[in-house]
Design a protein around this ligand. Structure first.
Ligand SMILES: Cc1cc2nc3c(=O)[nH]c(=O)nc-3n(C[C@H](O)[C@H](O)[C@H](O)COP(=O)(O)O)c2cc1C
Length: 186
């Protein structure tokens, strides 16, 4: 079946056994046939450095094209020390820049893009990184769906076993977020 809509998922954790990746995988299941889901591949982006912005490095062009081809974006991020994981911030910084030198009126990749936010982590349910993501996304004029989104407290078993068994109520919250994001796709 060909999908008419495409979502790009950005997982803020790069580790193989990421709980946020597991949450994203569950969200992809819930989205099902309603949209194509692609994960943003951003681990190979160079660190943001204005000396290398133009011409854009190949990895930057690839990441921009992936995001710009999407109808919506869903970020699943851990919180690192009350803030963003550096890799996620780096990717968002690249996505926030105009593609023509000095053209600061040009739309950037995330402008007007519907973006939803989720995060699984410790007891504060990633409230800080989710709030900071809203600030950044408002700054780049993304179209945020559901405000600070949904935070998920990891069950003790996840820390003990490395396997994230998502509680039923949290599965429902992901499903509701999926409904909201899908409804917001233009
Ligand atoms: C550098 C670093 C800082 C962290 N800081 C926080 C934090 O501020 N709040 C929190 O809930 N967990 C924090 N954690 C723990 C993460 O929630 C935990 O490692 C989680 O499993 C990361 O998400 P992932 O499973 O998707 O990789 C931190 C982990 C790292 C590596």
């Amino acid at each position: 079946m060909s999908h008419s809509k495409k979502l790009v998922f950005i997982v803020g954790s790069l580790r193989r056994g990421s709980f946020n990746r597991a949450l994203a995988d569950y969200a992809a299941e819930v989205v099902g046939e309603r949209a194509e889901v692609e994960y943003l591949e951003y681990a190979d982006l160079p660190l943001m450095n204005e000396d290398i912005e133009f011409p854009a490095p190949a990895a930057v062009t690839r990441v921009r094209e992936q995001v710009e081809s999407a109808d919506g974006v869903w970020i699943f991020s851990p919180e690192y020390n009350f803030s963003y994981p550096a890799g996620l911030k780096n990717a968002l910084d690249w996505l926030s820049r105009p593609q023509v030198p000095g053209d600061f009126d040009a739309a950037v990749s995330l402008t007007d893009m519907p973006v939803a936010i989720s995060g699984a982590g410790g007891k504060a349910a990633n409230a800080n990184v989710r709030r900071q993501l809203v600030e950044l996304l408002e700054y780049v004029e993304a179209s945020i769906v559901g405000g600070e989104g949904e935070g998920f407290v990891l069950p003790a078993s996840a820390w003990q076993t490395g396997v994230y068994e998502i509680p039923e109520w949290d599965k429902t919250r992901i499903a509701l977020q999926a409904e909201d994001l899908l409804a917001a796709l233009s």
